[in-house]
Design a protein around this ligand. Structure first.
Ligand SMILES: Cc1ncc(C[n+]2csc(CCOP(=O)(O)OP(=O)(O)O)c2C)c(N)n1
Ligand code: SF4
Length: 248
């Protein structure tokens, strides 16, 4: 019988610990598939974040390193500079990357470090119980914003891709989502392109992926996919913000 679907060798056989309906698992799979298809699994070093994906080192079938909350880009910089021939990526949530790690991500782009960042934006702090993140939408409830985020008190949600696209060293910047099969396919293409940009030595690449957190959003998995489309996508438009051609 013809095989039409197989587990990627880019992931280990360890079962994910993620909540039902959480799209961290889908994103892991896409990254694993891309690394396998590019034939670089044996050459890759990933940097896991602090957040729900803190155990990513158990799931990716490549060498992995742990970093303190927000510091993955700094750790990845060190790894890439010591091992310039390795493929180095960070995997970070929005609390990790857009809050405590804001300086690290800006400067890794500014220095045009030849690494790839997988940025999982679920508009909340998942692991610690649903506190407001810089990416939380206006009116969205969080444990630290029980009446909904108020722009007057906390500003407007940070658009990381748009911000990084203003930095010359960020040569590939794209925002995707994993709420439908079509968008999942587009997300995989963007992830592949970001790694190819690293392989060709062109500079820093980031893929922002709109992701779900049913547990802290207080929604079912299906409702979460709808909520992402109806609430996150209008504020965080999908698309490519920077390609290598534009910066040459
Ligand atoms: C230096 C430091 N500050 C704060 C924390 C607490 N902390 C752990 S995970 C986390 C937020 C995680 O949210 P996010 O990065 O969005 O990832 P998610 O869990 O949603 O995937 C925080 C604040 C920590 N572990 N270390
Ligand atoms: S708390 Fe949210 S981000 Fe964390 S595993 Fe559960 S659904 Fe995913």
């Amino acid at each position: 019988m013809a095989v039409i679907f197989e587990r990627t060798n880019g992931l280990t056989e360890k079962p994910f610990h993620y909540c039902p309906g959480c799209t961290h698992g889908v994103i892991h799979r896409l990254v694993g598939e891309v690394l396998e298809e590019l034939g670089v699994l044996g050459e890759t070093i990933g940097v896991a974040p602090v957040g729900c994906s803190v155990l990513a080192y158990d799931y990716f079938n490549c060498d992995m390193h742990e970093a303190a909350h927000g510091r993955a880009p700094a750790v990845a910089t060190g790894i890439k500079r010591v091992f310039p021939d390795k493929v180095v990526f960070t995997y970070q949530g929005d609390g990790d990357l857009a809050s405590i790690g804001t300086a690290e991500i800006i400067h890794v782009a500014h220095r045009a470090e030849k690494i790839t960042t997988i940025f999982v934006n679920n508009a909340i702090y998942g692991m610690t119980g649903g506190q407001m993140a810089p990416t939380t939408l206006i009116g969205q409830k969080a444990t630290t914003a029980p009446y909904g985020r108020d722009a007057g008190a906390t500003g407007r949600p940070l658009k990381v891709s748009e911000m990084l696209a203003t930095i010359d060293g960020a040569v590939f910047v794209e925002r995707v989502a994993v709420n439908t099969p079509a968008n999942i396919r587009k997300a995989k293409k963007a992830i592949k392109k970001a790694f190819e940009v690293q392989l060709s030595g062109e500079g820093f690449g980031i893929v922002e992926i709109l992701s779900t957190c049913p547990t802290n959003w207080g929604l079912t998995p299906t409702e979460s996919l709808k909520w992402l489309e109806e609430n996150m996508m209008p504020y965080y438009p999908l698309g490519n913000f920077r390609t290598p051609e534009e910066v040459k």
